[in-house]
Design a protein around this ligand. Structure first.
Ligand SMILES: [Ca+2]
Length: 245
């Protein structure tokens, strides 16, 4: 009997059962195209590039201009180009939790106007519930309906270096049960409770790229290492400092 158990254990170990569990989803651009994403909003601004990556061979690029084709329905307050990811419906709902992270790189600092990115929005009524803002080199995070952010981290969105964001979201229509917790390059920015799920019969998606009020300036953000996991441990920052020439 002991020999059988030993044999079974050997098979389990050699078949990789001790290696890290696969992510629920990855947006690492290693397919060499944009096929990993659920939807591409103003796709003419989105591409794959291989000159500045966080990991692997490829990363994404969102490049925005002030041209009319980068407005949304002609609205000058919706000058945008974004990668969209919608998790499987059964993973979002009352009491469910999402562990999600992504890395970004700015070749040049963004302008001093507000840029919304990495927000989560409901999939039927399109209500944005939570988001990051980048204004110049400062990043902030907020409940979308609030007038002021939970916190601001001056200088975090600096150019010339990869930065990493991790989000733990507890989904609830109840403001006392819904929550988010954010880590910036591994630094815990705290946990806040608010209504994160717009409606119990809706799911949520995220959009990563640039959304701003129209301006003439051309701006770029590189995106890589986007991952959804089953636990915080699985999506936490790997403490890798990456720069590009
Ligand atoms: Ca990659």
């Amino acid at each position: 009997m002991n020999k059988i158990i030993f044999l079974l254990l050997s098979i389990l170990i050699s078949s990789g059962c001790t290696t890290q569990e696969a992510h629920l989803w990855r947006g690492d651009f290693e397919s060499g195209d944009l096929s990993q994403w659920s939807y591409l909003l103003n796709p003419h601004g989105l591409s794959v590039q291989d000159t500045c990556v966080y990991e692997g061979q490829y990363a994404g690029q969102a490049m925005i201009t002030g041209e009319p084709d980068m407005l949304w329905h002609g609205n000058e307050n919706l000058n945008r180009t974004e990668f969209n990811y919608k998790p499987a419906a059964e993973r979002i709902g009352e009491g469910k939790e999402t562990f999600f992270g992504w890395s970004f790189y700015l070749p040049q600092p963004l302008s001093e106007n507000k840029h919304e990115t990495g927000y989560w929005e409901s999939d039927k009524s399109y209500r944005q519930m939570l988001r990051f803002n980048i204004t110049g080199e400062d990043i902030s995070f907020q409940e979308s309906a609030a007038a002021t952010p939970f916190w601001v981290k001056p200088g975090f969105a600096s150019a010339g270096k990869w930065h990493d964001l991790v989000l733990h979201i507890g989904w609830s229509t109840d403001a006392t049960k819904g929550f988010t917790q954010v880590w910036l390059d591994g630094e815990d920015m705290g946990k806040q409770f608010f209504k994160t799920l717009h409606a119990s019969d809706e799911s949520m998606f995220t959009q990563i790229g640039i959304l701003r009020a129209r301006e003439d300036r051309v701006e770029k953000i590189y995106i890589d290492n986007v991952r959804e996991g089953k636990s915080l441990k699985q999506v936490r920052w790997d403490n890798k400092a990456v720069t590009c020439n």
